[in-house]
Design a protein around this ligand. Structure first.
Ligand code: ATP
Ligand code: MG
Length: 421
């Protein structure tokens, strides 16, 4: 192939802690190099290594086509529709191998068979290219660094090292165009700025709000994936502040209210749990985000069905509405619904349902949610203290506490259905 693009800066003095690189990733690079394909580690792993962070996963970029990669690793799997990539499994690890490719603009008709663009949005881009073209189709300069373990050098086509040094997140190319091509880059900008504690370069930042509405064209499943990463990044509170700053909340969560204290508290607690390596779920954050809409839905039904029916209808309505923008997987939707429904049971403290509640598989999550609501002055502190205490008691002491509760008012009778007219 003819080289037309710019020459890279080849950097030999860098701070990559070689012992932090996955042995499996190095083995994959070496095997492809041995088969005479130009091959590097690339993307988030190189960025994270240079920042002395532990990479989440290792991505490999190569001149070999997916079919050629498969010849080198016969048991590898070809996956992906949007991008065809190869998953090579080494032991327990999966290394993602992608072929150098270029991004062609919507007006570029060369290679049109493999490339489709609609309204400037890139739908598929499987046009193979050179390494420099591969660098320019990536999102941020710090994500476009290539590391060759064979000679321990970094290749930099886009001044990524400089931005890494000044902790700057800068889109490659014209931000307006790059966000339009793939609006998910907006969320990636926010997530990575928060996660790495980087500053968004000026035009990378100012182009976000005007491009916000284009998030509506992103398939709802892809939006969920990206938001899930954002919420589970360990820096969700900061990322959420950026979503608010750039006016994106109303686009992603049209029902969510302006009072976001409960959400901020949920994000903060999620970030803390991640720091302590405790389990977390996006369902908890989604439950907080949509708690006010759920309550308004519930209250607007007060005169229609039984409280239980109204709870189910309210949850179903709110979640269904939200699914228009973000595809919340079923298990998370059930989680949200359970946490919401359990709130009223925790508040009611019916003596007969205390023990079953303590055994409920979502009790812990619902109790954590109640704690946040108490911090937000939505429930009496005494109620939370009671639930905190009862969990520490032995069965006899629990019985004592339960019998000391005031007897419940008679169960509300089902109201007759309203008649028409
Ligand atoms: P993380 O730490 O979350 O893994 P990452 O930068 O590695 O961050 P990935 O989703 O693993 O994110 O993507 C790997 C690389 O692929 C990126 O570093 C970037 O070079 C490129 N990339 C990913 N998404 C896009 C996109 N939407 N547009 C352009 N390039 C992208
Ligand atoms: Mg990655």
């Amino acid at each position: 192939r003819n080289r037309t693009g710019p020459l890279p800066r080849r950097i030999a003095s860098h701070k990559i802690p070689v012992d932090r690189i996955s042995r499996s990733a190095i083995r994959v690079v070496e095997s492809l190099q041995k088969a005479n394909y130009e091959t590097y580690l690339v993307g988030g792993c190189v960025r994270d290594l240079l920042l002395s962070r532990i990479p989440k996963d290792f991505d490999v970029a190569t001149s070999a086509t997916p079919e050629e990669v498969k010849k080198v690793f016969p048991r590898a799997r070809l996956i992906g529709r949007r991008f065809r990539i190869v998953h090579v499994r080494v032991g327990r690890e999966i290394i993602e191998v992608s072929t150098f490719r270029k991004q062609i603009g919507p007006n570029d008709t060369s290679n049109y068979i493999e490339h489709e663009a609609r309204d400037g949005v890139i739908v598929r881009d499987n046009v193979y290219g050179n390494i420099d073209e591969d660098a320019f189709r990536r999102d941020f300069t710090v994500n476009a660094l290539y590391y060759d373990p064979a000679n321990n050098t970094v290749l930099d086509f886009v001044k990524g090292m400089q931005d890494l040094g000044s902790r700057t997140l800068r889109l490659i190319g014209n931000p307006k165009v790059r966000y339009q091509e793939d609006p998910v880059r907006i969320l990636r900008a926010i997530r990575l700025a928060a996660k790495l504690d980087f500053t968004l370069e000026k035009s990378t930042a100012t182009a976000i709000t005007p491009a916000g509405e284009t998030l509506n064209v992103v398939p709802s499943a892809r939006l969920f994936d990206e938001l899930n990463k954002l919420f589970m990044s360990g820096k969700a509170k900061r990322a959420f502040e950026l979503l608010l700053k750039f006016n994106l909340l109303g686009i992603l969560f049209p029902l969510a209210s302006d009072s976001t204290d409960l959400v901020t508290a949920a994000l903060h607690s999620t970030d803390q749990r991640i720091a302590q390596e405790k389990p977390v779920t996006p369902g908890f954050i989604l439950a907080a985000l949509l708690w006010n809409p759920y309550q308004s839905q519930y209250n607007s039904r007060a005169t229609i069905g039984t409280p239980q029916e109204n709870q189910f209808d309210a949850a179903r309505t709110v979640i269904r509405e939200q699914q228009h923008t973000i595809a919340i997987p079923k298990r998370h939707a059930f989680f949200m619904r359970d946490v919401w429904h359990l709130q009223s049971r925790l508040e009611r403290r019916n003596p007969r349902s205390i023990l079953p509640l303590l055994e409920h598989r979502r009790f812990r999550a619902a109790y954590d949610f109640l704690l946040l609501r108490a911090k937000n002055a939505e429930v009496e502190p005494g109620l939370v203290q009671w639930w905190t205490a009862i969990q520490t008691l032995n069965p006899t002491e629990q019985q004592e506490q339960i019998s000391a509760l005031p007897p419940q008012k008679k169960k509300r009778r089902r109201r007759p259905k309203r008649e028409n007219a």
